[in-house]
Design a protein around this ligand. Structure first.
Ligand SMILES: Nc1ncnc2c1ncn2[C@@H]1O[C@H](COP(=O)(O)OP(=O)(O)OP(=O)(O)O)[C@@H](O)[C@H]1O
Length: 650
């Protein structure tokens, strides 16, 4: 055998081994995929589909379980993070096909109500872009990002085989992802993250000429076009598909349209953008929705190829992928922990996830009665910056720390929950006393992990109840070292919030604000008094807790009626907090129940003259008695008013 023949045999054998290996890996990958999908279907409650998958694929799912932190959502999340880092935009995982469905395909503008969720979300991409310009890049250390699973995106064996091939063809040893357009834009996965691949612009393969053209085009767009199309998917192609790189939002472009030196606030589009966003978030998972396109403020149907690009799967103002899934939903609580947290930090993160993270407090502004000033200030401080981030830049940057203070039971916690519900932020509800007692020694680390988690799940609200217990005035030398460290950590984290654009907001509550450490007070920039309810609010609360008919005992065959003068009750209950009034109302309701206890206790089932069980109405007398029996928890609200005069915000 000649040296040449020997060489080619070796090469053949190597090629065949590489192929065999690649085939095996492909098989393992296919099975892994099925298991992941099966797990995902199960978790999401698509049990029927999971069963079908199992029988069609002959997968014996019971024999497998997904490894820790490798469920489909987490993988997708991690891929997203990598993609964002690499390309400064969100990846896109699905696009409309030209076939069926409403409005899809070339020239296939949806007619009236034929649009579905893809349409409506695509129409929303401008709003999405706005939010993307302040992306929530979780604080994952680059070196750690993939170290836990270097095979996450690429299998080295398969890659070796493919690279072997492609390097011969291309003279390039780097493996490539295929872009969704079949192009070659995306570069290697470099597990070391020392990746020196030059960052490509979002425009991918555009040449300088194209770039020039696009820039000229975008600057010559008429103001009216900007105004009218503000929230419609971009029609000018890739030139305007640039997305602001993370944390580099200039905050100017989307807000103003310069006309003859005048700044024109595009209020209409801002309002409609947000409305659409809200609608779409609400729609995800509910299936197709009808989109009314009569008004410019209403969600627009998708336009065909060449008009807005969305139906073609092309750029949506550079925010690819965001039209399908709102990031806040992708990163919904429970989808995993920040991957860079390891060891004991990971344990702490798990604890926070279990005990502190509330998925959806489900409290609306209407649930919080009275306290109108506090609601208004909170909206200004927290809700509007999230709704209209364009307005809160530079000198107008939003508050990062807000203190709610006032007598106990006036609705501070309720307000915090309403903020989280209304803004759809992730809500971390932590009581300072729990933090101090339960994690003594670890409190400092816990504070760090808490803020890391909040950034990971951003936009987030961290609610610290009884903040005075955590950040009371420092006790000089007597203070415990661990406590001092924890306080310092909290102050450092709060400084971090102010310095960055992480969309993490700290809401603190206290019944004794005068005991707060001045350093903390300084960082709680806005201080809002949540006072005792006024007479109107008290009347509303009485009506809420004791409406004309109570259905609660319907199953026992009882509908309880009330005969009450709510206004009169409000006059009688001055100085009572919302929480006190709730107790009063329960007490009054109990009174009518107590009347029947006696009958029930004194008689036996066999009694001949057992009366019919009919509950009496709840009367003024019942409630008056309840008011007399229930003393308000806090008597002196002047303390708060005095403090408010010195330190409060109005
Ligand atoms: N303004 C209000 N509107 C409606 N319900 C209220 C209001 N204030 C208090 N409540 C009722 O009282 C309960 C306790 O209120 P909440 O926990 O919000 O008070 P708080 O101010 O946080 O008290 P604390 O300072 O003691 O923690 C609520 O669950 C709610 O039922």
């Amino acid at each position: 055998m000649t040296g040449n023949q020997h060489g080619s045999l070796q090469a053949l054998r190597a090629a065949s081994q590489a192929k065999e290996m690649a085939d095996k890996r492909a098989d393992v990958r296919r099975k892994s995929l099925l298991i992941l999908v099966h797990d995902y279907l199960q978790t999401e409650g698509f049990r029927e589909s999971a069963r079908h998958l199992q029988s069609e694929s002959r997968l014996v799912a019971e024999n497998f379980t997904v490894c820790d932190n490798t469920d489909l959502s987490t993988l997708l999340n991690q891929y997203e993070q990598w993609y964002i880092d690499k390309h400064e935009k969100y990846p896109r995982f699905a696009k409309r096909t030209n076939g069926g469905g409403s409005g899809g395909g070339k020239g296939g503008a949806a007619k009236g109500g034929g649009s579905d969720i893809l349409d409506s979300i695509a129409a929303n991409n401008k709003a999405a872009q706005r939010r993307q310009s302040v992306p929530r890049t979780p604080p994952i250390h680059p070196l750690n990002r993939y170290s836990s699973d270097p095979n996450l995106l690429h299998d080295p064996n398969t890659l070796a085989a493919i690279n072997n091939n492609s390097s011969k063809k291309n003279g390039n040893s780097r493996s490539k992802f295929k872009t969704r357009a079949g192009g070659d834009a995306v570069a290697v996965v470099d597990n070391r993250r020392g990746d020196q691949t030059p960052r490509r612009s979002v425009q991918g393969r555009r040449g300088p000429e194209e770039e020039k053209r696009d820039n000229a085009k975008s600057s010559s767009d008429s103001d009216s076009e900007k105004f009218n199309n503000r929230s419609a998917p971009n029609s000018s192609g890739r030139g305007r598909s640039r997305v602001n790189p993370p944390n580099r939002s200039n905050g100017v472009g989307p807000v103003t349209a310069a006309r003859m030196g005048q700044q024109v606030l595009d209020l209409r589009s801002m309002i409609s953008d947000y409305t659409r966003l809200e609608d779409n978030i609400g729609d995800i998972g509910k299936g197709p929705r009808v989109v009314n396109n009569n008004s410019s403020n209403k969600p627009q149907p998708p336009k065909g190829k060449g008009e807005n690009g969305s139906s073609t799967g092309e750029s949506n103002n550079g925010v690819e992928g965001t039209d399908l899934l709102d990031d806040r939903l992708v990163r919904s609580p429970g989808t995993g922990l920040p991957p860079h947290l390891t060891g004991d930090l990971k344990d702490l993160a798990g604890t926070i996830q279990r005990e502190v993270l509330v998925e959806n407090p489900g409290v609306t502004w209407e649930d919080v009665m009275g306290v109108e000033d506090a609601k208004r200030l909170l909206k200004e401080a927290v809700v509007y910056p999230l709704k209209y981030p364009q307005l809160f830049v530079g000198r107008f940057k939003p508050w990062r720390g807000v203190l709610l203070y006032g007598p106990p039971g006036t609705g501070k916690t309720l307000l915090a929950k309403a903020v989280a519900t209304e803004c759809k932020t992730t809500f971390f509800n932590i009581s300072a006393t729990t933090l101090v007692s339960k994690w003594r020694g670890d409190s400092e680390k816990l504070v760090r992990v808490l803020f890391e988690m909040a950034r990971y799940y951003a936009p987030s609200t961290i609610f610290v109840d009884e903040v005075d217990a955590l950040m009371g005035s420092r006790a000089g030398d007597q203070e415990h070292e661990a406590s001092r460290r924890m306080k310092t950590q909290l102050l450092v984290e709060m400084d971090g919030l102010t310095a960055t654009n992480d969309h993490v907001f700290l809401l603190a509550a206290s019944n004794i604000p005068w005991e707060l450490d001045p350093a903390m007070l300084r960082r709680l920039e806005k201080r809002i008094l949540v006072p005792l309810p006024c007479p109107e609010a008290r009347a509303a609360m009485f009506h809420h807790h004791l409406p004309e008919t109570l259905q609660d005992l319907e199953e026992a065959g009882q509908i309880v009626k009330t005969v009450l003068d709510y206004q009169a009750l409000a006059e009688m209950s001055e100085g009572y907090s919302g929480s006190d009034l709730k107790v009063v109302c329960r007490e009054a309701a109990m009174m009518s129940l107590r009347k029947i206890f006696k009958i029930l206790e004194d008689r036996t089932v066999g009694d001949e003259d057992l009366p019919d069980l009919i509950m009496d109405d709840i009367t003024m007398k019942d409630v008056e008695t309840a008011i007399m029996r229930t003393k308000p928890a806090q008597q002196d609200s002047n303390l708060y008013l005095d403090w408010h005069k010195k330190f409060g915000s109005t």
